[in-house]
Design a protein around this ligand. Structure first.
Ligand SMILES: [Zn+2]
Length: 110
C-alpha cells in the first residue's frame, strides 16, 4: 500500500523544503496579489499550509523593509470587509448579514 499523496494526512515537509516554499511565496507575492487558494493550487500544497507560511512570512518579513499586505476578506452579499481580523485565514460567515459567500483575502508583499 502506498501512503504517498493521499491528501489530508501528508507528513510535514522537511525544513529545507519549507524554507524554499517560503522564499518562493515571498518572491511571487512581490509580483502578484494572490489568494491562499491561488497559491495552494500553484504550489500544490494544502491551503492551510499556505496560511502557515504566510503567518511565518508576516512575522519575519519586516526586517527586510517589506510588508505583507492583506486585502481583507469581503462578504459577497453585503460588501462587509473583515478588516480587523487578526488571523489571515478566510472567515466562514459574515457578522452583518450572516451570508456565507465570502471572497477570500488577498496577499501581496510590498
Ligand atoms: Zn454580509
Amino acid at each position: 500500500m502506498c501512503a504517498m499523496g493521499k491528501g489530508r494526512k501528508e507528513p510535514s515537509l522537511p525544513i529545507e523544503r519549507r524554507e524554499t516554499i517560503r522564499r518562493y511565496i515571498s518572491a511571487v507575492l512581490q509580483e502578484h496579489t494572490l489568494s491562499a487558494k491561488d497559491m495552494s493550487t500553484y504550489l500544490r500544497i494544502p491551503e492551510k499550509d499556505v496560511y502557515e507560511h504566510l503567518e511565518h512570512i508576516r512575522k519575519t518579513i519586516s526586517k527586510d523593509n517589506y510588508r505583507l499586505v492583506v486585502v481583507p476578506a469581503q462578504c459577497e452579499r453585503c460588501g462587509f470587509a473583515f478588516r480587523k481580523r487578526g488571523r489571515l485565514s478566510q472567515p466562514g460567515k459574515c457578522p452583518m448579514c450572516h451570508g456565507s459567500l465570502i471572497l477570500p483575502p488577498l496577499f501581496a508583499i510590498r
